[in-house]
Design a protein around this ligand. Sequence first.
Ligand SMILES: NS(=O)(=O)c1nccs1
Ligand SMILES: [Zn+2]
Length: 264
Amino acid sequence: APWGYSKENGPATWHKDCPIANTGVRQSPIDLITTGQTCAKYDSNLKPVIVSYPAFSEATFLNNGHSVQFQPSAGNLSELSGGPLTKKYKFEQFHFHWGNNDSEGSEHRVNGKMYPAELHLVHWNSESPNFSSFQEAVGSNDPHALCVLGFFLKVGAENASLKPITDLLSKVKNAGSSVSFPGKFDLKAVLPETLTDYYTYDGSLTTPPLAECVKWIVFKEPIEVSTAQMEAFRAVDDGHGKPITGNYRPPCPLHTRTVAASFK
Ligand SMILES: NS(=O)(=O)c1nccs1
Ligand SMILES: [Zn+2]
């Protein structure tokens, strides 16, 4: 049976098809601890993250049964650089993780605190000689083949920039359904202006195949969405006639990794 988030196919069972779930030493997500021994360490060399996201004009919005995913056509020119990165990365897709109430839903945590949701912007290194697509990057064993930007979502004012996405959720209620995104979508408008304050560490995909190929950049400043927008996520089905709720993996052991912070 395909993996998911239920008792029968959830994170505790993923090791059966993906042994790295239990044997990996750089698994994601993690709990981002800000004080004490294993806490994130300020690194003054960390620069702001630079994104170049021209509005997407052609994209598919898909409910794949374990999340909802926005994927522009391959020709999109969106790029990522700066921050801890030494290469330019190409945008692949964004998707979300959420819970069925406001006290849970994010994958990363801050001192044990979960946010109601987390947005992942997935990119792959477009300058590597070893691969030339997202799928090849995932299978490359390159520790930084991918870079995923994580943004926490918290409940507050309605997010007008994300409204075109949350308004579309009812159209992909059924697992396996997708729609062609109508018009243009300005992802840049969703993000905070300054991408200066973040945590960064070496980790993995948080869903199977759990490949340990991700440079993670998790931003300190949450993005606000309204209660209605959060509720819209909670109405999306998982393919077994139930809403997807709690499509987040619990935190994984840090092992010998260190987390760097770009802020004090
Ligand atoms: N949740 S994640 O961004 O780590 C991811 N999993 C598979 C493709 S992208
Ligand atoms: Zn994700």
